[in-house]
Design a protein around this ligand. Structure first.
Ligand code: ZN
Ligand code: ZN
Length: 165
């Protein structure tokens, strides 16, 4: 969706509420589609003493298998946006300034780019997920599996047998 901000740029102390949701369910991330629910944004664009500011919160749900145990896990993440909007930038580009050359804000593009750069590096069903036993495949969050905790060196076990005899 394109939002026309000409009126906001032209009018001191004006503001425009933004409530929007975008379907990113076909966005592939490492072979899966974790953004099953629409991504939403809620906030305002306002002109404060001729400075046009976007103040909004993006909310998205990341729904994917836990990195350690594989359990389907959905977690909600929020991104706080606080950007100045400018028709052109003088000098260096900055993360806090968003250029809108024709005074139109492309919300789809903004949401997509903000969500993509903020996707979680680590996605766990719980902070202390114990994962899966590499030997028997049991989910260790359900309890211990009975496999020996440490791999015993075969030479040591031969020695142990010898000693036992
Ligand atoms: Zn887990
Ligand atoms: Zn095991």
């Amino acid at each position: 969706m394109l939002i026309d901000l000409k009126h906001i740029f032209a009018t001191d102390n004006s503001s425009l509420p933004i409530e929007y949701s975008l379907d990113l369910s076909s966005t592939e991330v490492s072979g899966i589609y974790p953004l099953k629910k629409p991504v939403t944004v809620s906030g305002t664009v306002s002109n404060k003493a001729s400075l046009v500011v976007l103040d909004a919160v993006i909310t998205y749900e990341y729904d994917a298998p836990c990195d350690r145990c594989g359990a389907e896990t959905a977690r909600t993440h929020t991104i706080r946006l606080n950007k100045s909007l400018a028709v052109s930038i003088e000098g260096e580009e900055s993360d806090s300034i968003l250029t809108v050359p024709d005074m139109k804000l492309d919300l789809d593009e903004l949401l997509y780019s903000e969500v993509i750069v903020s996707l979680p590096m680590k996605h766990l069903c719980k902070e202390d997920c114990k994962g899966i036993c590499p030997k028997c495949g049991k989910n260790l969050n359900d309890g211990k599996c009975g496999c020996p905790e440490k791999e015993i060196d075969p030479r040591l076990s031969a020695l142990a047998e010898l000693l036992n005899n």
